[in-house]
Design a protein around this ligand. Structure first.
Ligand code: FAD
Length: 317
């Protein structure tokens, strides 16, 4: 079922995001997480996609060998396994980084054959250590181009224009939005204009980057509406778990942490106490967002479900 068909005015859905396990691990950790969160009736589950990384390996002769590795493969397989085992709808992520348009078309064909109706279309981050995003040869530079490719397939237009009677796919497309602006955008207005390009290209809902101050989400939603973006805006929440996140999260995700949260975390004697602060903070955020009627809360689990379980019990139990 399409995610947008699940959104109902005044009702907030529970959704969460899973990371494929590191290469070499099995799928049990994914099933354990879903087992913990399934009692709270998740409406859908997102599965992230991880691009390749370049490693320099020292050879016995002392020369360095450049090796391309993908540490977390398996997005499509995991998405299919979740649907088969739990009957829960999934939204696998698709990224531009590292893929040509032909690779992307093949991935979309796989998803369509598996009966998966939803994708979150993203550009993906730069290769670690590179300052700017470089598309793969024959790949897309921006997420809006990926959205256009998917919409073309939804119209039965594949890259091979000689195909006759090609069957249209029927993907429901989500895209990313940044209440505190994307790191590379010159300002929030420019970033929202680029978000509008993704919506105009055919995306039908937005999932936000994590935020810790609901006022930022509400202001962003208002700015999006003022810019003519009318689609549902799903709120992304990440429960705080460690003291190091005080510097890590602002640095990695460009988010600002409210004073009260910073003080509460600084006063914790260990990370067990930080987890409790994170759970309480996310419950408070969630209650206010639900009262405001946001379409869904999307929890970034980062592969650990015990804290999200307690939050879901409080908000959706
Ligand atoms: P874009 O929409 O292409 O935007 C990137 C930058 O370019 C922005 O600054 C934007 O303002 C600008 N821009 C956009 N369009 C144009 C245009 N037409 N002309 C000029 N400038 C433009 N990353 C992963 O690798 N895997 C994942 O699974 C993943 N999941 C995510 C889930 C969510 C909910 C979010 C919020 C992010 C996720 N990311 C993931 C991270 C994401 O890939 C990065 O934030 C990436 O840097 C930007 O992706 P995007 O889709 O927002 O890109």
């Amino acid at each position: 079922m399409k995610i947008t068909d699940k959104f109902k005015p005044g009702k907030t859905l529970f959704a969460f995001e899973l990371l494929p396990p590191l290469k070499g691990d099995n799928i049990d950790t994914i099933f354990d997480t879903i087992g913990q969160l399934a009692p709270y009736n998740p409406s859908y589950i997102n599965v992230t996609y991880h691009r390749e990384e370049v490693k320099l390996i020292e050879r016995p002769d002392g020369l360095l060998e450049r090796r391309v590795v993908r540490k977390r493969p398996g997005t499509v397989g995991i998405a299919a396994a979740i649907t088969a085992r739990y009957g829960i709808d999934v939204a696998p992520h698709l990224i531009c980084g590292g893929f040509s348009k032909f690779d992307i078309e093949d991935a979309l064909i796989d998803l369509s054959f598996l009966g998966i109706d939803n994708v979150l279309a993203l550009r993906g981050d730069n290769i670690r250590g590179e300052r700017t995003f470089r598309p793969a040869p024959g790949g897309h530079l921006h997420a809006c181009d990926l959205v256009s490719q998917i919409m073309n397939m939804n119209r039965g237009e594949y890259l091979d224009s000689e195909l006759e009677h090609a069957k249209p796919t029927s993907f429901c497309i989500g895209v990313a939005g940044y209440p505190e602006k994307h790191a590379e955008a010159p300002n929030l207005a420019a970033d929202i204009a680029h978000l509008k390009t993704k919506i105009d290209a055919g995306a039908s809902y937005v999932v936000t980057q994590m935020f810790f101050d609901n006022a930022k989400y509400f202001a962003y939603a208002d700015a999006c509406r003022a810019a003519g973006i009318t689609v549902p805006i799903v709120a992304g929440l990440k429960p705080f778990t460690t003291k190091t996140q005080l510097s890590l999260l602002p640095q990695t995700f460009g988010v600002e942490l409210p004073d009260d949260l910073v003080r509460a975390v600084e006063n914790c004697k260990d990370n067990a106490a930080v987890r409790e602060v994170g759970i309480e903070w996310a419950i408070r955020q969630g209650r206010e967002l639900i009262a405001a009627g946001v379409p869904a809360l999307h929890f970034y689990t980062m592969g650990k479900a015990d804290n999200v379980e307690r939050i879901a019990k409080e908000l959706f139990g």
